[in-house]
Design a protein around this ligand. Sequence first.
Ligand code: GLP
Length: 241
Amino acid sequence: MVICKASDYKDLSRKAANIIAAQMILKPDCTLGLATGSSPVGTYEQLIERFKDGDLDFSRITSVNLDEYKGLAPDNDQSYRYFMNTNLFNHVNIDKAHTFVPDGLEPDAEKACREYDEIIENVGGIDLQLLGLGHNGHIGFNEPADSFSKGTNCVDLTESTIEANKRFFESEADVPRQAYTMGIRTIMLAKKILVVVSGKDKAEILKKVVCGPVTPEVPASVLQLHPDVTIVADSEACSLL
Ligand code: GLP
């Protein structure tokens, strides 16, 4: 596990974008696992800038996103498909037919999860997976549990996640209670993993993830067992390390 300390959010975003850019240059037809949340927004801005400068080409890139709220349509401005379109895809030359997000409108959870696993398998797995970190250690929407999840699964969001994510909705009641998320096993099968962590409120959980025991109670702690993980964190997030 490599921990790359950034001075602030801008620096974090530049460093994370450097790693993704290197991956894209070395393998122009790679599959990127992408994440939502506020942490990667600056990284996407950096990637867009580099595309506009002519340094990056997304035309042969495939992407698979970590998760989607169950029940939200792609054009709902709180859906993760909408997030990806507005924060990255609409601004670069990626072929949207090669971008995948779990189908939030599929009511049959088993079908939605099976189909998403098939998509990930068909694209040949993930070369580089970008992750944010939830306050309770969740990655994707894999919440603390008794065991690590395998493939895509439908999760009940915890109160703390609903609380953390309500800032994006009109009211807490509007936050969906369930989501489809890529499983921990799938994330662990990615060849490389890049985690972006920002802010003082993430310092405690980052310490547990990096220095604590590997336990499904802190889902991201499993990353200690992956052979190629880089955590890019700003100085506030690193303050307890
Ligand atoms: C959501 C997403 C996660 C993300 C987490 C942290 O729950 N499902 O993928 O990592 O939020 O978000 P933020 O980066 O806004 O703190």
